[in-house]
Design a protein around this ligand. Structure first.
Ligand code: SF4
Length: 68
């Protein structure tokens, strides 16, 4: 199973919390919005990023499970 990782820039408030928790997965763009460096995840990365999805104070991060 794969999971597609996205950040909705219109919801992001640039807290950088996602970057602090997973700097290899998230970065801030020039506008100060979080974006995923890695867009397609596999286990065990899915489980660790799921916890970060819940930490985003604005619900801007989404993980969409995909069947292979
Ligand atoms: S944690 Fe959420 S609000 Fe903060 S930078 Fe990341 S996506 Fe944006």
């Amino acid at each position: 199973m794969n999971a597609k990782l996205t950040v909705d820039g219109s919801l992001c408030r640039g807290t950088a919390l996602c970057v602090a928790l997973a700097p290899k997965v998230f970065r801030l763009n020039a506008s100060g919005e979080g974006f995923p460096v890695v867009r397609l995840l596999r286990q065990p990365d899915i489980a660790s990023v799921e916890a970060i999805v819940d930490c985003c104070p604005n619900g801007a991060i989404a993980l969409e499970m995909e069947n292979e």
